[in-house]
Design a protein around this ligand. Sequence first.
Ligand code: PMP
Ligand code: GLN
Length: 381
Amino acid sequence: MRSFGTTIFAEMSALAARTGSINLGQGFPDTDGPPAMLERAIEAIRAGVNQYPPGPGLPELRQAVADHRMRHYGLAYDPDGEVLVTVGATEAIAASVLALCEPGEEVIAFEPYYDSYAASVALAGARLVAVTLRPEGGRFTFDPAELRAAVSPRTRAVLVNSPHNPTGTVFTRQELEQIAAVCRDHGLVAITDEVYEHLVFDGVEHIPLATLPGMRERTVMISSAGKTFSVTGWKTGWICAPAPLVRAVQTVKQFLTFTAGGPWQLAVAHALRHELAWVAALRESLESKRDRLMEGLTAAGFGVLKPLGTYFVQTDIRPLGHADGMEFTRSLPELAGVVAIPTQVFYDHPERGRHFVRFAFCKKDEVIDEAVTRLKRLSTR
Ligand code: PMP
Ligand code: GLN
């Protein structure tokens, strides 16, 4: 793991703290989740829910997850055997890759990809094969021929993240059909990272890959509470999958962490049942924050790509006379007192993302406004 070093999120958040910059890098909201959910966690601690929960997770949360999947997507999962609670989506992804991929096998992922994918694949001794998402018609998408060409006799799984971090793309039904066809034709497992499932804008619908024909039986569907309920520090996630796949993932999971924190599980179970109106309001507020930041970044001279999901916006720094996002973001605290993320770190082919920089908009309006005021200095220097 030597080549992995420190994650870009840790590096950039430390840079923000050290320089007193506004942190639009690491994606975490600066406001709290639903108050009643927070109270549930406190009550659970006071009520003594403080010892090891069962390995698969507390039944209350497993049932709430299964009900939520049914209500939103019409997907039926048995809470006893087809749902597993994990320490965030991060552990769910790592445990799934470790459980399902043998050394020497290949995992396809769309680049730019969330940084833990490459690390999880490396931990499994497998190889990540990247299919590049490129801007086309204002959104990042892939060439289906490239996806097909990425499959080899060693391919075991496809890791699919939609809504997609860091591009903000929400895969369309047509794109998902293309991915599903590849999985079915080659007998591949799909590992889907759907942590931004509720953060979609402009009336766009999030479609779980597992809802497509022939996919439920080969899909490990992953989500977590962090983004949906603005509790990224709770690290409470889950997988839904057919029982044999869940058993395999649980076998690994029990030796990574054995179980996940109890009080959060009860609070998230409450939230999945009772706080979806709160989430709808969050989505609306994020949509207006997206527009606010996009407008500001455009005025500051960036090229701006409109995200339809997540809380990140991709910018092209070339109109500002810069070419390398890594250099740019490392000097941005000094240039403007703002921190952002160089998108190139999420590529196997960094040159394809050199000129892109990611900004997070899950921040208070006044924080976004102050960041924009500072960034406008870039074009007047
Ligand atoms: N997947 C993606 C695409 C993410 O952006 C993140 C970061 N929140 C995660 C997984 C990790 O989620 P968690 O914090 O629940 O581990
Ligand atoms: N998911 C968050 C992001 O993409 C950060 C997660 C992390 O710090 N590992 O910004």
